[in-house]
Design a protein around this ligand. Structure first.
Ligand code: GSH
Length: 198
């Protein structure tokens, strides 16, 4: 199994953490997202990472689907509960964590594309969303204590925000979330996948 990824992507980090926690070995193939490889665009018409290529040649994307695939081939530890109430609570929290990644990536890309004349109103609106998400996650720490697709996704989302825009992570405003994040970040799977540029 090969994972097309970049070492900075929070979506790819989520998949890598899931694989490490489950003891699944992934062959990592680092991709250039500016000059996309024929292998990437053949495997995924969207040209996005993470994309998983199975030994059979079948491809699986995007990151929530890859995580579900990994959870189905190696059920332990279970990261997506089966019980409907728990399942949709965890999946909803995971969707919020993915959304936090989306917002952070969008702000970062706006500043990369327009370093001198970025859309300040767009950035300000997204910063408000980031704060709203943190306030929401601050109320969800009891659920986050369990290792799940939601806790893994959120830790990766906060890690990415810290990597790109550390000034937005005002941990003193969210004491329970900050304590949870500090503890979660000690996991070997998190330490092994800390985002880096190359
Ligand atoms: N919803 C997707 C998002 C993946 C994504 O946006 N990946 C970025 C890198 S962090 C990417 O491939 N960007 C290249 C592009 O959009 O052309 C997922 O969860 O996998």
């Amino acid at each position: 199994m090969k994972l097309l990824y970049t070492p900075r992507s929070p979506y790819a980090r989520k998949v890598r953490v899931v694989a490490i926690e489950k003891g699944i070995e992934l062959g990592l193939v680092s991709e250039d997202l500016v000059n996309k490889s024929p292998g990437l665009v053949k495997a995924n018409p969207l040209g996005k990472i993470p994309t998983l290529i199975l030994d059979s040649g079948q491809t699986v994307f995007d990151s929530p689907v890859i995580c579900e695939y990994l959870d189905s081939i190696q059920p332990k530890p279970a990261l997506i509960p089966k019980d409907p109430d728990k399942r949709f609570a965890v999946l909803t929290l995971a969707a919020a964590a993915d959304g936090l990644m989306d917002v952070t990536v969008a702000m970062f890309m706006e500043k990369v594309r327009h370093p001198n004349d970025f859309n300040a109103a767009f950035i300000a609106a997204n910063e408000v969303t980031v704060k709203r998400c943190f306030a929401y996650f601050e109320t969800q720490t009891a659920r986050l204590k369990e290792l799940s697709i939601a806790s893994i996704g959120l830790a990766g989302a906060i890690g990415y925000l810290n990597f790109r825009m550390p000034q937005l992570w005002q941990s003193t405003d969210y004491p329970r979330l900050a304590r949870w994040y500090e503890e979660f970040s000690k996991r070997p799977s998190m330490r092994e996948t800390v985002p880096k540029e190359k």
